[in-house]
Design a protein around this ligand. Structure first.
Ligand code: ATP
Length: 892
């Protein structure tokens, strides 16, 4: 017999489980050992050896290997071996850096791994979905990704989207009854839910009937294997730049070699010069350092509670000019407490704080017993009936398990002495139409102890009132007149103006035998009972984050399903809504064309009473106005807007799997302030990359200048290829890396966002590279000429001086790269990694010069003490000159 044909009891027997208690942990272990983890096997990963060899397929390395080969053939063994050694060192460095980057991205994937809710030993808990086994009972709700193949045993308005398996994007309605007929395809399996598919509506529970590679998804897993490596726009631009540099290098090589040969120089020297120039022109270490800087930046973001799911987002974050954020839970604490209750023209205040179920009801100054007023009592009872939340004690504090809005209603009922256990003796829930943020309501069909049925509806008051035709007034039901509606509206606005979130409750008696087909039928012709108003205090850190974002040229927009007045009150408290900025409501938004919205959108600070579907329109309007938009979301219906936004952000705690999968960034703490921190980090990562691009390229320009001018002046080569290689691959790498770890400049969040299309050399970077490069080149050349002219017989000594001057000039210049403005604009020694890196590079240089076994390899001889003055003096000139011009400009 197949699972689809069995009833619940048969499934329990077949899988030796209990629908009421779940599996026992001991049994789970046994099953895990038997069948393994519930995961799809991944395709072959790139092995360490392959990754190591991948370091050598670079064009530059091929040029070098060819040079080695020719040196070898010509009998220049020392050169050949030295080049190979340097290539190997570089290969190892690249390998370890990439391994590290890969590992941290891998760890990131684990953090974003899906979880499921499982019943074990009679208790519901959350576990990583890989730990689920056959026979486990799982609970799922709208927005969840199904964690294993399940036979559904309970379902409420359940719909699942199975396009991952069937290609069909229309969700399938799912049932929990046994099916005793043949089905033709997976799409017809209406009482099974499959691993990897998405719950788009309703909720349910199911028994795991297949895990891992045995699931329907596992059977087609081979087809799904695609390991795409993500690269960021900057990395793409650098790849293009790399190609341009290679062609430039080739061109220079050909010119130099041809001229040299025509001038009658010896072939091998000319060949080596050509190779040296090619090596000098190409920043070999750059791509690896960019990868590492990105992955380290991603790790820093995790510490600030933001998980990057798509690497390009790291860069885009720095360009964000608008943050569209939810209110509830992101800007506010999502800890709700009912403080006011309204029914039939009367308002009661409720005392107590947080979720502590102790408090009293007051009519003005007078304490009242809630049971004394029938409407009040009914309002509280119905708030508890149409409710899923539970109150639990954690670390001796009351916390809500479930929706905080419902938690607040549960607590207000408890303050009146009502508990779920006690009212469930009198009522049974027959059917439920779950809450969704488009409808903004939830309802249940209830049967009382006498068998009478009625519907209880709760939801956004302005929506609910439009579904009512009568109202409880002075504890009696009466026709809902215009006047009554005005009273209700006044009450709603009064509560909302105090920043309270309002929930209305209504009901409708059903005549015996009525069968309600859908929510539209349930939620009409209602009797309005009253309102409960709850506070949800703003998060303490959000106001400052909004202010700092504004200073950074980033506009904050609140998008909420809540009432306009409530949203307005909170947005004003947080400094989001100021001066002439506008509030637009969902209704108005619906009437606006895209053009109308674009005309005003930059002046809007709050969108209230909107549906998730409206978010897409808002994102597009901002994008059409040229903005880079970050948009938050948590529900299934938020996914399209999250995908369309330049930076889609999902909530880590309240977010559904669907929202998380559509996002490029997940906020671990659901906190608006973390978005600002992530943006600041994104800006810093990009600026740091610019810093070391500037450093490495200026160094390369310097090297080319030295070589090229020397050739033009018919001087011998100031640097031998092995020295250039040593500088480019070894001594430059560490300081560049340290720049990648630099702290942000003080004014980074006071600047306007960067334009996303700006090129690598924007904002004066190109000029800095060329001007600094030329200065470094000239300083090195002058040091070389001075020493060479004094003692033309000792070329090796002059070359050692040139080598030392070049390295020193770069190691001084690296401190200048820490600031966009000047070395004097910030404490040059503020980066301890950089100081460590510079000291290491200095030591490496000294080893190449003073360690006797290395001297023949690097073509060096020891430098006399007095000549160090020349070296250091010349090496400092470029940076000091620039600092001087900065001071002059500042004093002017
Ligand atoms: P945000 O979009 O900022 O998170 P929100 O939480 O108010 O704001 P929704 O969750 O879409 O947005 O809720 C919209 C409205 O629906 C709320 O203002 C409230 O009146 C009502 N509402 C919220 N939760 C429930 C619920 N569990 N049952 C019934 N009505 C609810």
């Amino acid at each position: 017999m197949k699972f689809r044909e069995m009833d619940t009891q048969q499934i329990e027997t077949a899988l030796e489980t209990s629908v009421r208690l779940g599996l026992k942990e001991a049994e789970v272990n046994k099953r895990q050992q038997l069948k393994g983890y519930n995961e799809l096997q991944e395709g072959e990963k790139q092995s360490a050896i392959l990754l190591f060899f991948a370091q050598f397929k670079d064009f530059m390395v091929i040029v070098l290997l060819a040079a080695t080969l020719i040196s070898g053939i010509l009998g220049e063994y020392i050169d050949a071996i030295a080049i190979i050694a340097i290539i190997l060192v570089n290969g190892f460095l690249g390998f370890f850096q990439e391994r590290k980057a890969e590992k941290s991205l891998e760890a990131l994937k684990q953090m974003a791994a899906p979880q499921v809710q499982v019943l074990r030993d009679g208790e519901w808990k959350r576990i990583p979905s890989r730990e689920a086994v056959m026979g486990d009972i799982l609970k799922f709700t709208s927005g969840d990704r199904i964690g294993a193949d399940l036979r559904i045993i309970e379902s409420a308005s359940l719909e699942i989207e199975e396009s991952a398996l069937t290609g069909e994007s229309v969700p399938v309605a799912k049932l929990n009854e046994a099916i005793r007929y043949d089905v033709e395809s997976i799409g017809d399996e209406v009482n099974l839910a499959f691993m990897g598919t998405m719950v788009t509506r309703g909720s349910g529970t199911g028994v795991v009937v297949a895990t891992g590679m045995e699931t329907a998804m596992g059977k087609i897993a081979d087809l799904l294997q695609s390991t795409e490596t993500q690269i960021t726009p900057l990395q793409r631009r650098l790849e293009q730049l790399g190609k341009i540099l290679i062609f430039t290098a080739l061109f220079l090589t050909i010119v130099v070699v041809a001229t040299g040969i025509l001038q009658g120089n010896d072939l091998y020297t000319m060949f080596l010069s050509g190779v040296s120039l090619a090596v000098a022109a190409i920043p070999e270490g750059l791509p690896a350092i960019v990868t590492v800087a990105l992955s380290l930046g991603v790790q820093r973001m995790i510490r600030k509670n933001a998980i990057v799911r798509k690497l390009p987002a790291v860069e885009t974050l720095g360009c964000a000019s608008v943050i569209c954020s939810d209110k509830t839970g992101t800007m506010t604490q999502n800890k709700m407490t009912v403080t006011h209750v309204w029914s039939g023209g009367k308002t009661w205040n409720v005392s107590g704080t947080g979720y502590q179920p102790d408090g009293e009801f007051y009519d003005g100054e007078k304490k009242v017993a809630p049971k004394s007023d029938k409407s009040l009592h009914q309002l509280l009872t119905f708030g508890l009936l149409c409710n899923h939340a539970d109150l639990v004690v954690k670390d001796s504090k009351y916390v809500v398990d479930g929706d905080p809005t419902e938690g607040a209603l549960l607590v207000s009922a408890m303050k009146a002495g009502l508990t779920r256990e006690s009212i469930m003796n009198n009522f049974t829930i027959v059917k439920e139409f779950p809450f969704d943020s488009t409808r903004k309501m939830m309802s249940v069909v209830v049967k009382d102890e006498n068998g009478k049925q009625f519907v209880v509806v709760k939801g956004a008051p302005d929506v609910l009132i439009s579904r009512c035709d009568s109202i409880l007034w002075s504890q009696k039901s009466q026709f809902l007149s215009k006047e009554n509606i005005n009273h209700v509206q006044e009450a709603i606005n009064g509560l909302a103006r105090q920043a309270l979130r309002t929930i209305a409750i209504g009901f409708k008696p059903l005549s015996p035998g009525t069968i309600l087909l859908d929510e539209a039928e349930a939620e009409r012709n209602l009797v309005f009972i009253g309102l409960q108003g709850m506070i949800d205090p703003p998060r303490a850190e959000v106001g400052l984050a909004v202010k700092e974002s504004r200073e950074a040229g980033i506009k904050t927009v609140m998008i909420t399903g809540d009432h306009a007045q409530t949203a307005k009150a909170i947005a004003s408290q947080l400094g989001i809504l100021r001066g002439k900025e506008k509030v637009i409501e969902g209704k108005q938004l619906a009437e606006m064309s895209m053009g109308d919205l674009e005309d005003v959108v930059e002046d809007v600070a709050v969108f209230a009473r909107v549906s998730p579907e409206d978010k897409l329109k808002i994102v597009k309007a901002f994008q059409n106005k040229g903005h880079i938009v970050a948009m938050t979301g948590d529900g299934v219906n938020d996914a399209p807007a999250i995908k369309t936004a330049d930076i889609g952000i999902a909530m880590g705690i309240t977010g559904t799997d669907v929202a998380k999968e559509a996002s490029s960034l997940i906020l671990l703490d659901d906190n608006f302030a973390s978005i600002k921190s992530a943006i600041a980090e994104g800006r810093n990562i990009y600026e740091n990359i610019r810093k070391f691009i500037r450093y490495l390229l200026a160094s390369n320009v310097g090297e080319i200048m030295v070589m090229f001018f020397a050739m033009l002046m018919a001087l011998p080569l100031p640097l031998v290829p092995i020295q250039i290689l040593w500088v480019n691959l070894v001594t430059d790498g560490l300081p560049a890396m340290a720049l990648g770890l630099d702290k942000a400049e003080g004014d980074l969040m006071k600047r306007k966002p960067r334009h996303p299309n700006e090129g690598v050399f924007a904002r004066g970077l190109g000029w800095k590279v060329i001007s600094r490069g030329i200065l470094i080149g000239l300083a090195t050349l002058i040091a070389f000429i001075v020493v060479y002219k004094n003692n033309p017989d000792n070329l090796v000594y002059a070359q050692t001086i040139a080598f030392a001057t070049l390295v020193m000039a770069q190691l001084i210049h690296v401190f200048d790269c820490r600031s966009e403005k000047s070395i004097l604009a910030r404490n040059p020694f503020g980066n301890k990694y950089l100081i460590g890196a510079v000291i290491s590079s200095l030591l490496l240089m000294l080893i190449a010069i003073y360690y006797p076994p290395f001297q023949p390899i690097f073509h060096t001889v020891p430098i006399a003490m007095r000549d160090w003055l020349l070296v250091i003096g010349m090496a400092s000139i470029p940076t000091f000159l620039l600092a001087g011009t900065f001071l002059v400009r500042k004093t002017k």
